[in-house]
Design a protein around this ligand. Structure first.
Ligand SMILES: [Zn+2]
Length: 385
């Protein structure tokens, strides 16, 4: 069956199309035109709205009461259904530091599900899909571990990395690494050579230590400002380089809790529309009432939008549609620049594509002039907002 979607404009990295008509067939985009050829076909019409590729989250742990490390359809289906309602079509399933055998089990379970997305479908429901794995740990700093359990942190070890890489069967796309650890630069070069992007974070690194890992190929920074040595004018540290090295992408958790609005504006001025990435770092309580939840293997208390464990922030309950409206409110950035931070930039950082083009999956969102999500479509299926 052929479905038409129309709106005021279509935004993508390639530019803007006014009055677009997107034709969808078999869950894929069959054509993008500007003429309404047939109103006999069912149409979803969003007058005044902007259509753009659905969002991509490179740092995501869980939602709907489940953690991605459960690595089974019973967890990833409700997670994917919740994400679909918030405009996210694809994500990197992100691990937290855990015993190595538990991480290996989660990674190989996730790899099987990523390779077989049909196993995550349930009826006609739109489901966001994991398209790769992000290892947040175990090679992180003790000083800036946040809630990552200290007893399972490790110094960089290529043999351990290779076991995780093999378990991921080609689906490991990103690893967060603290640059100051011994062997970090060697591991960064090794991971990069295997096609795994390195994101610097959970780190107390000096500028010199950071530069060495940048030289080894680091591509991004993990939740800028959070679990990161603060800025100092004599020792710029990791943050000084993250904010000034133009080639480096940088994540931000824009929930108004992890980073103050003034610092969101600083990050925006520094990284801009080419290198900023809005992530959620969402954990299992996302989309759920206040209470006690799990992140990886430990308990987290959630109250009033704040997820805490042992007195520190433990991930977020943020969704990407909310990250967008927060970001627009905090910065006053124009919508067409902000959209890159949830679509083109994360996708390009890990080397995938975000184009809305003929033949690509019909993953798109409709956004109003204030950045609010009006509709979310995953593989041609409209989610209830
Ligand atoms: Zn995280």
């Amino acid at each position: 069956m052929r479905t038409l979607v129309t709106a005021a404009r279509l935004w993508s990295a390639e530019g803007i199309v006014e009055n677009p008509v997107i034709e969808i067939e078999d869950n894929r985009i069959a054509a993008i035109t500007r003429t309404k050829e047939s109103w006999a076909t069912p149409a979803h019409n969003f007058p005044g709205a902007t259509l753009c590729p659905a969002f991509f989250d490179v740092h995501f742990h869980g939602a709907a009461g489940h953690d991605v490390m459960e690595a089974k359809p019973e967890a990833l289906q409700p997670i994917g259904a919740l994400l679909a309602r918030h405009g996210t079509a694809r994500y990197l399933a992100t691990t937290v530091t855990a015993p190595l055998d538990a991480t290996l089990r989660a990674v190989s379970g996730l790899a099987r599900l990523i390779a077989n997305p049909a196993s995550l479908q349930s009826g006609k429901q739109p489901i966001a899909r994991p398209v790769g794995i992000h290892l947040e740990g175990p090679f992180l700093s003790h000083e800036k571990k946040g809630v990552q359990p200290a007893e399972h942190l490790r110094t960089p070890d290529i043999a351990v990395f290779d076991r995780l890489y093999e378990a991921a069967e080609g689906h490991l796309h990103l690893i967060t690494l603290a640059p100051e650890l011994p062997g970090a630069a060697e591991l960064a070069a090794h991971a990069t050579a295997r096609g795994v992007r390195v994101s610097m974070g959970h780190s107390n690194a000096t500028a010199v230590e950071t530069q060495a890992v940048l030289n080894a190929g680091a591509a991004s920074a993990t939740h800028t400002f959070n679990a990161m040595r603060p800025l100092d004018h004599r020792e710029p540290g990791i943050l000084g380089l993250v904010l000034t090295q133009d080639q480096l992408y940088a994540e931000l958790i824009c929930d108004g809790i992890h980073v103050a609005p003034d610092m969101v504006r600083l990050w925006w001025k520094a990284k801009g529309e080419q290198r900023g990435i809005l992530v959620t770092d969402a954990m299992s309580a996302t989309g759920m009432p206040d209470g006690e939840y799990q992140l990886g293997g430990f308990a987290v208390q959630v109250a009033n939008g704040r997820a805490m464990a042992r007195g520190v922030l433990a991930g977020s309950v943020l969704t990407q549609d909310r990250a967008l409206t927060n970001f627009l409110e905090f910065t006053g950035a124009p919508l067409e620049k902000a959209l890159r931070l949830l679509t083109t930039n994360p996708v390009e950082m890990i080397g995938m594509t975000a184009a809305l083009a003929e033949g690509s999956p019909a993953d798109l969102v409709a956004i109003d002039a204030d950045g609010r999500l009006l509709a979310s479509m995953i593989e041609g299926r409209l989610a209830k907002i």
